[in-house]
Design a protein around this ligand. Structure first.
Ligand code: GLU
Length: 513
């Protein structure tokens, strides 16, 4: 039987989820979904110094808003802490798994793949400084380890004495010398690295009794039976060490497969997309608004009025392509179409205009009643009370011009309230001496028309223009000026038929005064 697909999204709660992180989660979700597998959330919080309160809750809420909630690792909207049928590997928060890792680190020491190191941080700092002064960089690796303060050079007795004496020690991986590490990445193909270029990374620290990222990540991927690791490119340099750890534990034949996703790039393609680019160019880089513990607020796609399915659709295509011209995909269609083979190696340039375009497409697909529902709170906040039918008709006249529901008001305010002022440029261009009399005559005819629907209004006005030899441009623009206050909006007859006879006539008469 084929192995069950089990993938994980393993963020560290060091702040809000960047849209690049959401894309990593999305690709994991799609990959698992397509194979009928599990999409797991694991919180990697072993670095207590970088922990940010609220970040974990933010991550869970963001995935939920995107519609890609994990199906393992969460219980009732929170990280699962107690093992049960749905969450057999709980807890899914590494700080609560701290008791697990030490024995794995010690197993590696026993097997000769790791060692204890006692070097103090001041001693290491000094070596770094000294190296810098001669233009070099200090690396804790095979070339220096025998001359440093660690268990490789002391007796067994001394070792046990020193381990008992204090907790200022760590366990380091003993990177083999001159070994060609051959790796496979599902996106990048075969990769080779000579182990001599790598350092002896810390795996476990006695001071806080916690593993580092590398040990916890590899051990948990094994214990949670992860089949495929799909993560950001920034973790590619760690892959050789992870391969070596799998080998040292004797897990090489059950190692997951790996895929490293390229970065999301700034709109000009020059470097990684950052929050600063968003601030500078006016687009969010976070799915939801984020209030930093210090008080700073960063905008989110949700609060900017994006639909989650539009956001997800846009993100999916940043770095993956379906191989066809199709651009609009709902989540099910994405699941069907997605494959890692079509994920690109190069970075994906983020285009904020394209993001808006996606939202506009999704807005257009929505029915009028749903849009009216979304628009209603804006109207209510302005003290406007109109029924669904009226709001739907108003929306039908302007929706093609909007990318967001929040734009509806400025596109349609005149359908709900009479103009408060009149655009002087429009007046200067079209208003003539004869205009007041003409508009008065039109308004009188409107009063006595039998049916006040769009067609009848159109017919009536064009009939009057024709019979009297008026100038169409001047008449229509001035009429619009009195109804709207400026030159925007749908057809004059559309506006009048919606706002109704009484309101239309009152606006014309008030304008003439
Ligand atoms: N905790 C790592 C992060 O914050 C996870 C890396 C991985 O997926 O292995 O991105």
């Amino acid at each position: 039987m084929a192995k069950e697909t089990r993938v994980r999204f393993a963020p560290s709660p060091t702040g809000p989820l960047h849209m690049g992180g959401v894309r990593t989660a999305l690709y994991n979700y799609l990959y698992a979904k397509k194979r009928g597998g599990k999409f797991i959330l694991r919180i990697e919080d072993t670095d207590s110094q970088r922990f940010v309160p609220g970040a974990e809750e933010y991550i869970i809420e963001a995935l939920e808003w995107c519609g890609i909630s994990p199906n393992e690792g969460i219980k009732e909207g929170k990280i699962a802490e107690i093992a049960d049928k749905e969450n057999p590997y709980a807890p899914y928060r590494q700080s609560q798994r701290r008791g697990i890792y030490r024995k794995y680190a010690e197993e590696l020491v026993d097997k000769g793949f790791a060692y204890y190191a006692f070097d103090t941080s001041s001693a290491l700092d000094k070596m770094r400084k000294d190296a810098e002064e001669t233009g070099e960089t200090f690396t804790y690796n095979h070339s220096v380890r025998e001359s440093l303060d660690n268990s490789l050079t002391i007796s067994k007795e001394e070792l046990s004495r020193r381990l008992d004496e204090s907790d200022h020690w760590v366990i380091r991986f003993k990177m083999p010398i001159d070994k060609i590490i051959k790796m496979t990445d599902l996106i990048r193909g075969e990769i080779e690295v000579n182990s001599s270029t790598l350092d002896d990374k810390v795996l476990w620290k006695a001071a806080d009794e916690l593993p580092t990222y590398h040990l916890a990540n590899v051990v948990d991927d094994r214990l949670m039976e992860i089949s495929d690791v799909i993560r950001g490119e920034e973790w590619l340099p760690s892959l050789p060490l992870h391969y070596m750890l799998y080998e040292a534990f004797g897990w090489s034949d059950i190692r997951p497969s790996f895929a490293h996703l390229s970065l999301l790039l700034k709109p000009d393609g020059k470097g990684k997309l950052s929050k600063r680019d968003g601030d500078r160019l006016g687009f969010p880089v976070f799915p939801l608004e984020w209030r930093a513990p210090g008080g700073e607020i960063s905008s989110g796609y949700r609060e900017e009025g994006y639909y989650p399915d539009a956001f997800i659709n846009m993100l999916a295509l940043l770095g993956w392509n379906p191989g066809t011209q199709q651009e609009i995909f709902n989540l099910n269609e994405l699941t069907e179409a997605f494959s890692l083979e079509r994920v690109v190696k190069s970075g994906a340039k983020f285009n904020p205009e394209k993001a808006k375009w996606f939202n506009q497409e999704y807005l257009r697909q929505r029915d009028l009643l749903s849009l009216a529902e979304e628009f209603k709170p804006f109207l209510i906040s302005k003290g406007i009370d109109k029924n669904d039918e009226y709001i739907s008709s108003a929306v039908s006249m302007i929706k093609e011009r909007a990318s967001f529901v929040k734009e509806f008001w400025s596109l349609s305010d005149f359908l709900f309230t009479a103009p408060q002022s009149y655009d002087t440029a429009v007046k200067a261009k079209f208003w003539k001496e004869s205009t007041p009399a003409i508009l008065k005559e039109i308004s009188e005819s409107l009063k006595v028309m039998e049916n006040f629907d769009k067609e009848s209004i159109e017919q009536k006005i064009s009939q009057l223009i024709k019979e009297n030899g008026w100038q169409t441009g001047s008449v229509m623009n001035c009429l619009r000026l009195l109804l709207v206050g400026e030159s925007k909006g749908p057809g004059v007859a559309d506006i009048m038929s919606l706002i109704g006879r009484e309101e239309s006539i009152s606006r014309v008469e008030r304008g003439l005064e």
